[in-house]
Structures are given as structure tokens and as C-alpha cells.
Ligand binder design. Sequence first.
Ligand code: PNS
Length: 163
Amino acid sequence: MPKTAIYPGSFDPITNGHIDIVKRSLSLFDKVIIAVNDNSLQKFLFTAKERVKMIKRALSFSNRVEVESFRGLLVSYAKAKEANFIIRGLRALSDFEYEFQMYLMNKKLNPEIEIIYFMTNQKYSYLSSSIIKEISRLGGTIENFVPEGVKKSLQEKFGKGFS
Ligand code: PNS
């Protein structure tokens, strides 16, 4: 049976740090499903459809990657996909508390699920989708931090910046 992992997140938008985690996870799993959070209570810059499209474009190098949006509980989604593994990235100590709580709760909800954490590549340790949006909104350079398609989409949202 192929080993499938879910990589869930908001990906608003996807960054080179996320892509690095996907690449590394492909060395451990046969298939990685990028699950884009489409929770209607949260406010995102990009719609789920836009985020899925940007991710598909950025990850077209692998036919072992699948991208789709999901609603509801992550553990239910993972079960529906017959995936026993969830992948998350950890950048700094500040990520730990939230991730640890999420880990414990997901384990309570489904003890069979294994959640695997990838330590950030040092190169991307300072990247986050929020900081990318702020830099882009204020007209800063983001091309080393996100794929080309994401850069263009951000420019379309924010124009030349300084708003
Ligand atoms: O990139 P993010 O915003 O840190 O990702 C958070 C995400 C999508 C993984 C988390 O909010 C999630 O799993 N949402 C689905 C709803 C759910 O299962 N909540 C309980 C988590 S313990």
C-alpha cells in the first residue's frame, strides 16, 4: 500500500519554505497531499481556489503531489484520504506551543494518525506567509521567498505596493 501523507496548512500564499518541506517529505512518502485550509471562519487574502492553483503551479515538478482544499476536521479529511501521516514544518521555538497543542489534540481525535515535524531549512527559517504579504503590500522585494506565480498573484492583489 502506498505511503501517503497529508501536508495541511493555510498556504496564504505558499512560500519557498513550504516547497522545501514538500520536497523533503517526498523522500519519505510515495504521495503527498497538500491540503489547503478552506475554513470559512478564517479570513484569507487568497480564495481556496486561488491558493490551490498557485500551489499546483509551483509543485508541477512532481506527479506524486496532489493539491486540494478541505473543510472540517483535519483528522476526518486524513481518514477520507486513507492517509495515516500528517506533515508539519517547525521554524522556531515560537511555533512549538501551537504545534504541540495541535499535535496532542489531533492524536486524541485519532490516535492512529502519526504527525511528523520537519525542522525548517535554515535558509527559510525567517519566512512566513504573513510576513511575505506585508512585504509585498508595502512594495518590498519577495522574489527570493516565493515562486514566480505567487509573486505575480501578490502583485495583482497589491499593485505596486505602499497601500
Ligand atoms: O498554516 P496554518 O494556518 O498554521 O494551518 C493550520 C491548519 C490548517 C493545519 C489547522 O488549522 C487545521 O488543521 N484546521 C482544520 C480544522 C481542525 O482540524 N482543527 C483542529 C486542529 S487540532
